[in-house]
Design a protein around this ligand. Structure first.
Ligand code: C2O
Ligand code: CU
Ligand code: CU
Length: 450
């Protein structure tokens, strides 16, 4: 049992100024929850914020009643506001001051995250701080011998923009956005910040032993994509050895030098600092950034140390091996811009989100192939299930598509095929673009499992 009070707080994020935040439990990120596979937990959320909220455990295999449907609100005390604004008008389904969310966690061990999911208002709520980590573990993973203890570092990467007085700026109106082709309004492409936070701190420097570390990376940014590389003082790129994806361990490690990561994706990486001299630094850089957003964080090698960790050649043998011929249907889903109630918005299959419409109806246990196409960058996320990437633009998947995922990055003009089995629970779930602004601008749809 966990209790989390959602409340406003003021914290020193940038030196010398205070930033007012919306938090889970008074900190940003919220408290990291660690649980064991298959051991059900209940998290009670009380809302002391000035607005309604919704909690979703991203990547969790969760029954619909606790999955954080966007109209399933936890209300603040005395809330008299009317739900819905210009774009949608809707009624709240469930409205309470406190809410018990129950998570069976009957799933592969991995790094999950919880965040706000209120209809039309998710992006500003996450921006203000409503995000936290949740790690699911099991004995089989523990027995692999991957770096552990203080050599396992969850890294929540998120960009933000700040005013001179420390207040968060939203939208941040990064001028870089105006240069994106095909986008007429900067806000439409999503909100970027020019300060990179890792676990809530700007460009941190972390002291490490000259040994292997397990970096569990989450891109919790609203809209920013990164291409990560780990570079030593003398310009050497360290291997990023990927051991896991969004939904847990890969079958075998995959080595990257440069790793793209889209909003909401997670990569479980092992990086070996043993070849770096004591006193040396390794910078985690973002190749897609420029100026301040090129830096993410740094590691300073502080001491020599023994290391009995390892990266086994076989990491897991339980990955689902669905094949195209297992699919009972194929769906085409286009993620594109369009008109929503007279303004610009983002559509799936030509339609804006409507909580009253079932967009995709499938039967429990069915295997399906989805062909996703995009106009601009869209990180597409499915609730309830993990999936595998079958193809990209007619070719094979890329190295970073390995394993079981719950979010896949569609690049501009690209088509991606994914395959999954809709098992676990019946009910109404979601799929959507995880550019948080796109999500709020209606790029979300219902997934009905019957
Ligand atoms: Cu990260 Cu629908 O959520
Ligand atoms: Cu999710
Ligand atoms: Cu999008």
């Amino acid at each position: 049992r966990y209790e989390i009070v959602q409340r406003e707080t003021r914290a020193e994020i940038l030196p010398g100024v205070r930033t007012s935040l919306w938090t889970y439990g008074g900190t940003f990120p919220g408290p990291t929850i660690e649980s064991q596979r298959g051991r059900q937990i209940t998290v009670t959320h009380r809302n002391e914020l000035p607005v309604p909220t919704v909690v979703h455990l991203h990547g969790g295999r969760t029954p619909a009643a606790s999955d954080g449907y966007p109209t399933d609100l936890v209300l603040p005390e005395g809330w008299t506001g009317h739900e819905g604004h210009g774009m949608h008008d809707h009624r709240a389904v469930v409205t309470e001051l406190t809410r018990d969310y129950t998570f069976p966690l009957d799933q592969r061990p991995t790094l999950l995250w919880y965040h706000d999911h209120r209809m039309d208002f998710t992006a500003p709520a996450i921006w203000r701080g409503l995000a936290g980590l949740h790690i699911v573990r099991d004995d089989a993973e523990e027995a692999l011998g991957l770096p552990a203890g203080h050599r396992e570092l969850p890294l929540m990467i998120a960009d933000r923009a700040f005013a001179a007085d420390g207040g968060l700026l939203y939208p941040s109106l990064d001028p870089a956005l105006r240069e994106r082709p095909g986008v007429t309004e900067p806000y439409l492409a999503g909100v970027l910040g020019d300060v990179i936070l890792v676990n809530g701190a700007p460009w941190p420097v972390h002291e490490v032993d000259a040994a292997r570390y397990r970096l569990r990376v989450l891109n919790a940014s609203n809209a920013r994509h990164y291409e990560l590389e780990a570079v030593t003082d003398d310009g050497r790129r360290l291997d990023l050895v990927q051991v896991g994806a969004d939904q847990g361990l890969l079958a075998a490690p995959v080595t990257h030098r440069l790793l793209p990561i889209a909003p909401a994706e997670r990569y479980d990486l092992v990086v070996d600092f043993s070849g770096v001299p004591v006193g040396g630094r390794v910078r985690l850089l973002n190749r897609l950034g420029s100026g301040r957003t090129r830096d993410v964080m740094a590691f300073r090698v502080a001491r020599r140390a023994a290391d009995d960790s390892r990266v086994p050649a076989v990491l897991s043998t339980d990955l689902p091996g669905w094949r195209r011929s297992d699919a009972v249907r194929v769906r085409d889903l286009a993620f594109r811009t369009g008109r929503v109630h007279g303004g610009h918005g983002w559509l799936i299959g030509g339609l804006p989100f409507d909580p009253a419409r079932a967009d995709v109806t499938t039967r429990l246990g069915d295997v399906e192939v989805w062909r996703l196409v995009a106009d601009v960058h869209h990180p597409v996320h499915l609730h309830l299930v993990g999936f595998r990437v079958l193809s990209r633009s007619g070719g094979p998947p890329l190295p970073h598509d390995a394993g079981l995922k719950d979010t896949v990055s569609l690049r501009p003009g690209e088509s991606v095929e994914i395959i999954t089995r809709f098992d676990g629970y019946r009910g109404r779930f979601l799929f959507h673009c995880h550019n948080a602004e796109h999500e709020d601008m209606a790029m979300m749809a219902n997934l009905e499992v019957t």
